[in-house]
Design a protein around this ligand. Structure first.
Ligand SMILES: [Zn+2]
Length: 194
């Protein structure tokens, strides 16, 4: 579920006006969607296959195609189409980016279907998550959660909440200046009339 930290943080930083609530919910669903590919294990598809876990559903092409498809519904999101495309693309593609920073499993097939190569980044501070909710309720699950809080949630939320406060401050300063200018104009008009 840590993948949801990305769309949530973008939403906090950008604001409800550009990213309405419906788009946020879609971004949250899209950020976890690539892991629906764990069904591949049940279907007997090998991990290292392009259709296996961390394969095509974690690729850049999948993220782009799904975001373009979602743009068909852009009117329902009540924001600009380029915001829908960019926000949803970043929500999905960030899933693979975070997976490529984990300590285990196979790498991420960012370039499938053009290349089957699996990628990991040099920096891999996130403990790999166990598959299945049952496995999360163990000591290892707690260690993974702690690692995800420290390496994903806390940095992303710190940046996004700081941007939120800076935006709020900038808006208040703008409004105060607009008020000052308005009062100044009214004052000078009244003086001229006298
Ligand atoms: Zn994944």
């Amino acid at each position: 579920m840590t993948h949801t930290a990305v769309p949530i943080s973008f939403w906090i930083a950008i604001g409800n006006k550009l990213v309405p609530f419906r788009l946020l919910l879609t971004g949250i669903v899209f950020s976890i969607l690539p892991d629906a590919d764990v069904v591949a294990f049940k279907l007997g598809i090998p991990y290292e296959s392009d259709w296996g876990h961390r394969g095509f559903s974690h690729s850049i092409l999948f993220a782009f195609s799904l975001s373009v498809l979602a743009c068909v519904l852009s009117a329902r999101f009540r924001t600009r189409i380029e915001i829908v495309l960019l926000y949803l693309f970043l929500s999905i593609v960030s899933h693979g980016v975070l997976d490529a920073m984990t300590t285990g499993g196979l790498g991420v097939g960012f370039l499938i279907p053009y290349s089957s190569e699996r990628f990991f980044f040099e920096l891999r501070p996130i403990r790999v998550s166990p598959i299945g909710i049952k496995n999360f309720l163990t000591e290892r699950g707690v260690i993974v959660l702690k690692s995800e809080w420290v390496n994903v949630w806390i940095p992303l939320l710190s940046v996004s909440v700081s941007i939120f406060f800076l935006r709020t401050l900038a808006r208040r300063i703008r409004l105060a200046r607009a008020d000052e200018n308005k009062n100044g104009t009214v004052g000078s008009t009244t003086r001229t009339r006298k």
